[in-house]
Ligand binder design. Structure first.
Ligand code: ADP
Length: 250
């Protein structure tokens, strides 16, 4: 399943969803085009993770439609196109495997049950190089810093030739210097054409790095260029004034 390259990466139309009878997101219409760098911000419990799951087809809207690469999101099955980096890369944090083994996983959807070819290994090496983790290739992921671990998971996405990177608060618990390097890496990947979708609580990171901000609190309070978001009152309306100032001063 390739989809059309001209299709939006993500397209939500009039989406509403609730785990129970009352919706946690509603009236959501949102389109992300190839090559964009979009941040979704909102207070805790505002529906960011839910929105992301709807975008990726992990949840199905109660109302409206969700499309991913031009296909109904819940039926999209080309997982290699999506690189997902979770908070703390928690899913694999305890796995006793090396960085190289993590990155190799990115090739699995391409080789089925076959063995990795020399070309696959070269792609793995390139991905390790791109994220600056070649020197750590044989280290276990349990022995990495938070920032290094996140780089390993980006490398896995690159090895899978993902064209959409979805990151859920990727720098929580990562030291400040590594955070800067991490965002620089995201920016250079985006410059090469990878679409970046960042769920972020740290408003400082968002306003410095993303080109477009979607501010969410059950509904979309703002969707537009980051500089306009900073000037607008959307932040105060979505977060409540006190929270907005607390967040903005971080
Ligand atoms: P955020 O990511 O912005 O913190 P979430 O999307 O996780 O927000 O949560 C939005 C709302 O949905 C919250 O009120 C949360 O308690 C509720 N919620 C999230 N996941 C579930 C679930 N699996 N079952 C029931 N309620 C949930």
């Amino acid at each position: 399943m390739t989809g059309s390259d001209a299709a939006p990466v993500v397209e939500l139309t009039d989406v509403a969803f609730g785990y129970t009878a009352s919706p946690v997101v509603q009236d959501i219409s949102l389109r992300v085009d190839p090559g964009e760098y979009v941040a979704v911000v909102g207070p805790n419990g505002s529906g960011k993770s839910t929105l992301m799951k709807l975008m990726l087809g992990l949840l199905t809207p109660d109302e409206g439609t969700a499309r991913l690469f031009g296909h109904p999101a819940h039926r999209f099955d080309d997982g290699a196109r999506i690189g997902y980096v979770a908070q703390h890369a928690s899913a694999a944090k305890e796995m006793p495997i090396t960085v190289r083994e993590v990155v190799k996983m990115g090739r699995f959807p391409h080789v089925g049950f076959g063995r990795l070819s020399p070309e696959d290994h070269a792609i793995v090496d390139d991905a390790l190089e791109t994220v600056g983790m070649a020197a750590f290739a044989d280290r276990r992921v349990t022995q990495l810093s938070g920032g290094q671990r996140q780089r390993a998971f980006i490398a896995r996405a690159l090895a899978g030739e993902a064209d959409l990177l979805v990151l859920d608060e990727p720098t929580v618990g990562v030291d400040a210097e590594s955070v800067e390097a991490f965002y620089a890496l995201l920016e250079s990947l985006n410059d090469e054409g990878i679409t970046v979708l960042l769920i972020e609580h740290d408003l400082g990171a968002v306003t410095e790095h993303a080109e477009r901000v979607v501010c969410l609190n059950r509904e979309v309070y703002f969707d537009g260029p980051t500089d306009e978001f900073v000037e607008s009152d959307a932040l105060a309306r979505a977060f409540g004034t006190a929270a907005a100032f607390a967040g903005a001063s971080r």
